[in-house]
Design a protein around this ligand. Sequence first.
Ligand code: AGP
Length: 606
Amino acid sequence: MCGIVGYTGRESVTDQILDSLELLEYRGYDSAGLATLNGQTGKIKLRKCAGRVNDLRGICKKDKKISTCGIGHTRWATHGGVSDENAHPHRCGDVLLVHNGIVENYEELKDHFMLHKELKSQTDTEVVAAVLNRLYQGDPHEAIRKTVQYLKGTFALVIMFADQPDIIYAIRNVSPIVAAYSGNGTMLASDVVALGAAAKQYMVVPEYMIMELHKDEIKLFDLNGKPHQTEFIDIDWDTTRSGKGNYPFYMEKEIMEQPDAMKATIESRVVDGRIDLSADGVPDDVLRDCERVCVVACGTAMHAGLVAKVLVQSKLNMYMDVEYASEFMYEDPVIDDKTLVLAISQSGETIDTLEALKYARRKGAKSIAVINVKGSSIARESDYVMYTAAGPEIAVASTKAYTTQLITLFLLVGRMAKVRGIFDDAAEKEYLKNLLQAPEKMQEVLDQKYDIHKIAREMLDAKDAFMIGRGLDYSILLEGALKLKEVSYIHTEAYASGELKHGTIALITENTPVVAVVTQTKLKDKELSNIREVQSRGASVVLLVKDGFDLADAEYADVFTLPAMADEFMVFPASAALQLLAYYVSMDKGLDVDKPRNLAKVVTVE
Ligand code: AGP
């Protein structure tokens, strides 16, 4: 998971590359670098360092010479630690290379080409650059074609050759590369969000095709040198929206954008008061004829799948699996042509999810992807795609992508209930009425953000925390716990509250922070008795409770009342409160909320 950019045109390239790299830091930010090639003088400039793009900007400030062709990289270390030598770009002879992915056989290649003496870093990338350089006899396509035939694994390679001024070459396998005309030249990046405001359309570089970026033209060739064309996709969101606006962090901005993002996700899918998925092209028979539903996803996206599972079982009376994509292929899942696989992913590039989807499709499953990024790898791999309208999500901690995934899944389940004869018109109307309330109920919580901030202040010194609930509340809290731990580094565990007494309650001692969510009518009495169990052992309990539930007389550290909705819709107000809680704890601890340590926004390694 690294960020890659390339630009060639008429303007100075350095600032463009640095600005785009900053927009890609969510993909990795432990080191950064750029290389430029001056078309007139043939002079190469290579600047790289451990640290953030801002540190690299400081180094580049001293450079006076202007170049109009260059490549850049921001890194999430996979091979080799965080150091200047391991930062990209890597130069070997006439080759300058940046890479996103993992070349699994790089050690064998070192031996095969006897490269050990010429390598300066511990990276797989430098090995690829050295092989390219070894095979380069003046024909870039020939060198690239021969090199990729040796590579095993995933790669997005972006290359400059010292004797090929003003041209950037790229080739990929799984790891993403998009390209666009940028007004005064052409550019490429790992993600649309880095293409800048000038780009109105973008293309996805097809796998194992060689793309050439020229000042005025983007060219595509297959490995036999035959030219190809590919479609350009409209950039239908305002990429300048990917600035932070008046917010200190993207995470807060994206939490606040949720009501609008949810409305935008609903908009095209409700026609005359009915759920209508025809704009997504999802045929009713796929929803009617499947006998089993299986979600493959990771992290927050998987937690959205857990909420969908509660819906599918309660509304459709169908069994549903929700699998960690990284586990799915290795547990011999029972998949056949009666299975409907839902691949949920914000980025659409998570390789665990992509490989799980490919596996399920090979077994005959039909597939629907729930995706935020148009034209992404998982979208292209799936039979059908339902796009969320979250817009660019930059913070590593996923928020608006999660709630727009939920909206999409609620709509999908509602349509399934209708085509399967479970919902009549009245039931569909009632279901939709509740769903359409979700944005405003979410907004009610966001308007009380200072109350949540006060609760957060009480948790700043915690080393461990628990989040307890039952049923849907437990699914909600798995996501709440991930949010808190990934941005605040507090070891947070979500636990089915009824299960605590079977061992884990041994960890509850005086003042152990416990967040309890109680929103499910049929479970609230049991949840409240589980709360008393932890309180009797000294826990300090923060209660997030649905409005109208009578509060137990127990002592709470704090109580936050969630605006009431029908039980199955309470995930919306509850998740808003839990997102804000995590955000404020992280911010008040002075952490980099948007770029937590060790993490990256898009995980393109297995
Ligand atoms: C969520 O806050 C995390 N950033 C992470 O778990 C993320 O949800 C997961 O990596 C899946 O990413 P995707 O939705 O882009 O596939």
